[in-house]
Design a protein around this ligand. Structure first.
Ligand code: C5P
Length: 220
């Protein structure tokens, strides 16, 4: 499942995985965790060589249970900290570094094949899952929504999690990240040719999940 931020992707992907009894992988959390390590190391996110060095030294662990978000750097739980403003501002620069993508895509493919061998299925969300990470996925979904709807959702999510921001500031950030994510040279955000596009502007979470469950069942 791919798409820009604020489309409800994470909530939908997690709920879909739980309904299917499948695993779940949040690849954005992996890019965010590496970004946190970069910031903690005092490295400039634009310094490609230094970013690469930090990424190579990062001991990252992500869980695949849709009911429990696990993101660890070493033994430290960073699941909350990676959602903060500092990381959100820097993550597009870090995720544009080809070596970082190469490392994380290899990890993602490994996790996907391990989960598929045990639970049988996995819902993976990100920006390049249908195009690069898993081009042979059984179902590819590309979620979209208007920029206003995405900003409103992100703002609600931020305030529910104790972060304060105005809708205008969030909209500017969402649009800034969309621009960076879709224009970068390495694996830009792009709808796969064979992905089903689902516009969530007018749908609530239950409606999107029900629609996706139908799509999964149609694929047998
Ligand atoms: O999904 P989320 O908003 O947490 O992703 C954070 C950032 O990580 C994105 O803005 C993008 O820069 C990067 N990302 C990526 N490829 C993915 C997932 C996320 O480049 N597969």
């Amino acid at each position: 499942m791919d798409g820009p931020s604020g489309t409800g992707k994470s909530t939908v992907a997690r709920r879909l995985a739980a309904s299917l009894g499948a695993g779940y992988l949040d690849t954005g959390a992996m890019y965010r965790a590496v970004t946190l390590a970069v910031l903690r190391a005092g490295v400039d996110p634009a310094d490609v060589t230094a970013v690469r060095r930090v990424a190579e030294a990062t001991d990252l662990h992500v869980g695949t249970d849709p009911n429990r978000a696990v993101v660890h750097l070493g033994s430290e739980d960073v699941a909350t900290e990676i959602r903060g403003q500092q990381v959100t501002l820097a993550v597009s620069a870090v995720s544009a570094v080809p070596k970082v993508r190469e490392m994380l895509v290899a990890r993602q493919r490994q996790i996907i094949s391990e989960v598929r061998a045990t639970t049988g299925g996995i819902v993976v969300e990100g920006r390049d899952i249908g195009t690069v990470v898993s081009p042979d996925a059984g179902l590819k979904v590309y979620l979209t929504a208007s920029a206003d709807a995405r900003a409103a959702r992100r703002t609600r999510q931020d305030s529910a999690e104790g972060r304060t921001a105005t809708v205008d500031a969030v909209k500017a950030d969402v649009e800034r990240r969309d621009r960076l994510d879709s224009t970068r040279a390495a694996s830009p955000l792009k709808q796969a040719d064979d992905a089903v596009e689902v516009d969530t502007t007018e749908l609530d979470i239950d409606g999107v999940v029900a629609h996706l469950l139908d799509l999964v069942r149609d694929r047998g």
